[in-house]
Design a protein around this ligand. Structure first.
Ligand code: ATP
Ligand code: MG
Length: 542
């Protein structure tokens, strides 16, 4: 069953026999790291391949020589693999430069392209407006022979950068501005990351892209809505170059997320100006940032599925993504106990070294296994979980009260030590046989709190992340004015149970009653954890 309008088109093309095999492509420009918006395009293109047993190519759209770097190519491949997608072929648009050059000659020979000496400024001026037609270039009627010679001269470096361009000869009065004799080749002396200095003429995107698709026999060239007005030019190029079969372009709405930067250019600015530590900073909306933060690939794919594929632009709430992350981790992350602001509790009536309890790693997952926790004479609980003057409905430890320790005993308050109004330590008795399965386990206690054993816990630093951007105020959309100064808060001195230290780096956990964190680093008995997402969910799934 088709999930969206693109799949509807694919299914009817397969049914009618118009298309024999589904071939899509993901065509990133290697000028930055992939972000969450790209994930949507990846899910659509690779999703179609998987669902309809077709192919999907990874094609680096590297026709623009000045901005592209090898580092980006490598990061893009890593991110796609991380999402679990496999491309059938790895191509570089620059590998087609020779074919594109021949295509340009073919158009010239057909009288459909000419060399124009107008400057970029003049071309813009003579292009007309949405309401007025453009005017023909004085070079529009050059002969085929003259055009062939001049174009070859452009290729051979006879002319300076920007002095001549090749334009498609279409219609300067077209209602569609993209059809008013668009530039298809320019002279540009720049070293290309793939072809070096071999070429000094480079094709424009609107000419190159349809040729790339046609060469690869792409059946459905899926792109974002801003290319809708370019579709007539896309069709013009492939039709006039007599490709068979003809590729077709389909447009969907790009993913926009509130308060989330989805432009590589601006993300690069954040990196270059050291607002973040790099493209993979855990606060970045890049796939590498999300991976570092601990977002599971599955959650990102579930998010793309949840927002769907639409034909009109809209803005998604970041809560939706967080919901998907939480949803996945709730089922898949092991539970662990960490105390962020420790308060020492001494168990007066406990006189053994320690006792051991077996706890299930993830109560939502049967095969998640168990691990052992030790309970000794001194433990830590959260400072907030004990109050001398509690507000109403405070169901934790209070003077004279009882509280259950998660996975262990019920504690009964005995006394506490206070200095300058600050509680320094609490004394309690444990209630014998009150752990799960014990004869006193049924004692009614409202609160259950997390804790760690003082004797064997590990010191832990928590990197708490928040949105990189603050909300718009008075409609001010400027990113520069909206950088959140508190997007990273480092909390030192937390205490974690040994289970965490024994786990592999990058493992995500639910810190009970706190949030989802991933284990980011461990050394010298110190742990570092990154906040993935908070526990609280305000999003209602469809
Ligand atoms: P940016 O503006 O961030 O540089 P781009 O569109 O120039 O993005 P490309 O590298 O050209 O980035 O994108 C590769 C593919 O990903 C294209 O097909 C593009 O349409 C798609 N894509 C990019 N951004 C989004 C988005 N926000 N939502 C959906 N698809 C996107
Ligand atoms: Mg682009």
């Amino acid at each position: 069953m088709a999930d969206n309008f693109i799949e509807n088109i694919i299914e009817s093309d397969l049914e009618s026999g118009k298309v024999k095999e589904i071939i899509t492509r993901f065509p990133p420009e290697p000028n930055g790291y992939l972000h969450i918006g790209h994930a949507k395009s990846l899910c659509i293109n690779f999703g179609a391949k998987e669902k309809y047993h077709g192919k999907c190519n990874l094609r680096f759209d590297d026709t623009n020589p000045t901005k592209e770097e090898v580092e980006y190519v490598e990061s893009i491949k890593e991110d796609i693999k991380w999402l679990g997608f496999e491309w059938d072929n790895e191509y570089y648009a620059s590998d087609y430069f020779q074919t594109m050059y021949e295509c340009a000659i073919k158009l010239i020979k057909k009288g459909l392209a000419y060399v124009c000496d107008l400057s970029a400024e003049e071309i813009k001026e003579t292009r007309g407006t949405l309401t007025t037609p453009g005017t023909n270039s004085p070079y529009r009627n050059r002969t085929i022979e003259e055009n062939l010679e001049l174009f070859e001269g452009m290729k051979d470096g006879k002319y300076p950068d920007g002095s001549k361009v090749l334009r498609a000869k279409i219609d300067m009065a077209s209602k569609n501005l993209n059809m008013r004799d668009p530039v298809i080749y320019r002279v540009l002396r720049a070293t290309h990351h793939h072809t070096g200095d071999k070429w000094i003429i480079y094709p424009m995107y609107d000419f190159a892209h349809p040729i790339e698709d046609a060469i690869e026999k792409i059946s459905h060239s899926i792109c974002t809505l801003e290319f809708e007005d370019h579709r007539p030019l896309y069709d013009w190029v492939v039709e006039n170059l007599d490709f068979d079969p003809l590729p077709h372009q389909y447009e969907f709405a790009r993913l926009n997320i509130k308060n989330t930067i989805m432009s590589k250019r601006y993300l690069k600015k954040l990196v270059d100006s050291n607002v973040v530590t790099g493209w993979d900073d855990p606060r970045m909306p890049t796939l590498s940032g999300m991976r570092k933060r601990g977002y599971p690939a599955e959650a990102i794919k579930a998010f793309c599925q949840e927002v769907g594929v639409a034909k009109s632009n809209s803005e998604v709430d970041p809560q939706v993504l967080e919901h998907c992350v939480r949803d996945y981790l709730n089922d898949n992350a092991d539970r662990a106990m960490v105390v962020e602001k420790p308060l020492k509790v001494i168990i007066d009536n406990f006189d053994k070294d320690y006792e051991e309890f077996e706890v299930q790693n993830n109560p939502r997952k049967e095969d998640s296994g168990t691990h052992t926790i030790k309970f000794g004479k001194e433990i830590y609980i959260e400072q907030d979980d004990f109050m001398v003057n509690p507000p109403p409905k405070y169901h934790r430890l209070v003077v004279g009260g009882m509280v259950r320790l998660k996975g262990a005993y019920i504690l009964q308050y005995v006394s506490h030590v206070e200095e300058d109004g600050v509680v320094k330590e609490v004394h309690c008795n444990y209630i014998e046989d009150s752990a799960q399965g014990g004869v006193n386990a049924g004692i009614k206690v409202k609160g259950v709190i997390q804790w760690v054993n003082a004797n064997d816990c590990y010191d832990c630093t928590l990197n708490k992340y928040d949105s990189l951007l603050l909300d718009e105020v008075d409609g001010n959309k400027e990113f520069d004015d909206r950088i959140n100064p508190n997007s990273l808060v480092v909390v030192k001195g937390a205490k974690a149970e040994p289970f965490l230290y024994e786990s592999k780096i990058d493992t995500p956990f639910q810190f009970m009653r706190s949030a989802y964190y991933k284990l980011a680093d461990k050394k010298d008995n110190q742990l570092l954890c990154y906040l993935i997402v908070n526990l609280k969910d305000s999003y209602q799934a469809k």
